[in-house]
Design a protein around this ligand. Structure first.
Ligand code: SF4
Length: 692
């Protein structure tokens, strides 16, 4: 449907698709059929409340960037060089070559040699997940999507039973907000809006638990900075104080949880002094925080992702999620906890993802282990064939995947065919044989759920696709034809799929939802607070997690909540623990191409405690090399006293080429799966630091 050129800017609705819990409702200034002005948060949406982050407010800079890919390209030079190594071809030529390579690979080694690879970069459900339909019809190797939420999901579900919690808007009624393992000033600005309102209107206190003094921690009343991977010990010591000082709600625990005498005995040993030794947080600070938490009925725990991205991350999340089940905060308006709301959306995804044709006997790969997979690690390949064809949409694994030296070596294989459908010439696209230009979210239709709030939203395109760009859905459909794959979803438009999905879910139709802009799927108070029972068969919160039911490597998990020692601990050779935190002006690797984000971030920088700088003979601005057995990178040092002396932080994710030496921060991170069911361990990294 062509869009008319209006005489004056219009404001059109849209939804932010970026990989962020806020999934903001947007009001977009449309200047004409091809250009936008500023983007604003919708004031009508009670979660977005008129606020978006600065990087999306200036989105015109990204969607109209001169470096956007505009036509299909065939690589004619070396891998990894970039745009100059590619020559334009037509869409028909490109699609024929991609289909031919995939069919030949399949004929040679079987369907499992083809690995469609995707994630949550810049798209909603139809554009992001349609690649699954092609995978399942063709019986290509399946993907276990572990790179973001597997570990925190597992830890949360172990206790509460389902990934849902208290509505963020209830923060308006909170007297204490605990942001544990997140930096919403940088990564979820709307949460800060709600927190700021509670602080102004009712004097609510803000506590931040994070290994370094983030921009959010700077605004907090209290900041606790545990060593990475020790959050479970901190939570257990807080519970110890709640029990010892009579602040545990015994009546609530008896009615709603599996509490028993064994847990009393267990937590009696988790003293603040014990936890101080593990976490580095002074025992007095632990006691003070416990008294503040236990003494505030309306305490809202907002659990983030960061502290769970470790081998012991699920155990940490579970231990932290125990706090409101001891204090009884779940019972009170403005009290309880939220990690994510994914389970509240009653969306039937069969058509979008082709679940009706999925065969669970087909090989499945852990997406975080792409490096080992491409390097032929038999732990991943099993008895199956090597991966010889990759079709990639909506992610940039050359930069975001752990063990990026192996990822690069894998992509460098001459027997590997790679097609990347992208918006920019990313590090991954530069390794491709064929690059296809993709639309941005403002140029296509899609449907969106949110992790941080409760609105189901749809959006139609605001402007026409740039040049020859095609949607992810369109590319999957035309490829399916060439590959001999048939499914009703390949014959439908995006809007028809959205409409059918909503109808199959009992949620009305697409046009009605579009007219309303969103549907608030918030659960009733009793359910959101688990007062009608937690989401286990016995309706109780589980302090005693059934890890064996959640994963294959449960043997490493603690039987009772607390400290779990499985991590890449610092040692004499690797005395520092690295946190690879998100940078404020990037979002994964998105926005690394926009000049305003680049200039605000400066250059890859490591935050090092002044004591460590002194010991190493490093001063502000020096080049330093970070390394371990997986790789090394060179960055610049910044003295920073907002962390413990044995912890360093590199805010990223910078493109690999931004590093003066080395191939990106993920050269240092491990592709080991977390316990008990996998998940990327980005913040569980021991390194050495030396002057470069
Ligand atoms: S806060 Fe998150 S969802 Fe909102 S505009 Fe920014 S990136 Fe998008």
């Amino acid at each position: 449907m062509p869009l008319d050129s209006p005489a004056a800017p219009q404001i059109l609705p849209s939804v932010c698709p970026h990989d962020c819990p806020s999934t903001c409702a947007l009001d977009v200034e449309r200047l004409d059929a091809h250009r936008i002005g500023r983007i604003h948060g919708s004031r009508a949406n009670t979660y977005t409340t008129g606020v978006v982050c600065a990087k999306v407010a200036r989105y015109a800079e990204r969607v109209h960037h001169p470096d956007r890919l505009t036509q299909p390209l065939r690589r004619v030079g070396d891998k990894g060089v970039g745009r100059s190594a590619f020559a334009p071809i037509t869409w028909d030529q490109a699609l024929d070559e991609v289909a031919d390579a995939m069919l030949k690979a399949e004929a040679r080694l079987g369907a499992e040699t083809v690995f469609p690879y995707f994630y949550a970069g810049t798209m909603g459900l139809v554009q992001r997940d349609g690649i699954e339909r092609l995978r399942h019809v063709k019986r290509y190797s399946r993907q276990f999507s572990t790179i973001c939420v597997t570990l925190p999901d597992t830890g949360w579900i172990a206790g509460a039973g389902a990934k849902r919690g208290v509505d963020s808007r209830e923060i308006a009624k909170s007297d204490l907000i605990v942001v544990w393992g997140g930096n919403p000033v940088a990564t979820q600005v709307n949460l800060m809006t709600h927190i700021s309102r509670a602080r102004k209107s009712r004097g609510a206190k803000l506590v931040v638990v994070d290994p370094y003094r983030t921009a959010t921690a700077e605004q907090a009343d209290v900041h606790l900075a545990p060593r990475p991977g020790t959050d479970g010990a901190l939570a257990a010591a807080v519970i110890h104080v709640l029990l010892a000082e009579g602040m545990a709600d015994r009546a609530y625990m008896a009615r709603y949880t599996d509490w028993d005498d064994e847990l009393d005995a267990h937590f009696a040993g988790c003293t603040p002094a014990w936890a101080a030794g593990l976490t580095g947080v002074p025992a007095a600070d632990i006691v003070a925080f416990a008294r503040l938490y236990g003494g505030t009925k309306r305490s809202f725990l907002r659990a983030g992702y960061g502290f769970a991205r470790a081998r012991n991350g699920a155990a940490n999340m579970h231990a932290v999620s125990c706090l409101p089940a001891v204090s009884g905060a779940w019972q009170h308006e403005g009290g309880g906890a939220l990690y994510g709301q994914s389970a509240i959306y009653p969306l039937n995804r069969t058509l979008i993802e082709g679940l009706d044709v999925r065969d669970t006997s087909v090989r499945i790969f852990d997406q975080s282990r792409l490096g080992p997979i491409l390097c032929g690690d038999r732990r991943d390949l099993g008895e199956g064939p090597p991966v010889t064809a990759l079709l990639i949409q909506n992610t940039n694994p050359m930069v975001v995947c752990p063990e990026s030296v192996k990822v690069r070596d894998g992509f460098a294989r001459n027997d590997l065919f790679v097609c990347v459908h992208e918006q920019f010439m990313t590090d991954t696209a530069a390794m491709a044989d064929i690059v296809l230009p993709a639309t941005a979210f403002l140029e296509h239709d899609d449907i969106y759920t949110a992790s941080g709030h409760t609105h189901l939203q749809v959006a139609r395109k605001v402007i026409e696709p740039l040049a020859d760009c095609r949607t992810n859905h369109a590319v999957i459909c035309v490829l399916a034809k060439r590959l001999g794959a048939s499914h009703p979803g390949f014959e439908m438009s995006e809007w028809e799929i959205i409409d059918s999905t909503l109808r199959a879910s009992g949620l009305g139709d697409a046009d009605s939802l579009h007219a309303a802009r969103w549907r608030d799927c918030a659960l009733p108070f009793e359910t959101a607070h688990f007062l009608d029972g937690f989401a286990h068969a016995d309706k109780r919160f589980h302090f005693k997690a059934d890890w064996a039911a959640l994963g294959d490597t449960a043997g490493a998990m603690p039987r009772l909540p607390g400290y779990c020692a499985v991590m890449e601990a610092a040692d004499a050779e690797h005395p520092f623990r690295l946190v690879a935190a998100p940078a404020r002006n990037f979002l994964n690797t998105t926005f690394t191409e926009t000049p305003s984000s680049q200039s605000r971030e400066g250059r890859p920088t490591v935050l090092i405690h002044p004591d460590a700088c002194k010991r190493l003979g490093i001063t502000d601005g020096d080049r330093v090399r970070l390394g371990n057995r997986r790789g090394t990178v060179v960055v610049h040092a910044r003295e920073f006293d907002g962390l413990q002396p044995e912890v360093v932080v590199v805010e990223s994710i910078w493109p690999n080429g931004a590093f003066e030496e080395g191939i990106g921060i993920n050269a240092l991170t491990s592709a080991d799966p977390g316990f008990p069911s996998g998940g990327a361990v980005f913040h569980d990294t021991a390194i050495w630091v030396r002057p470069a």
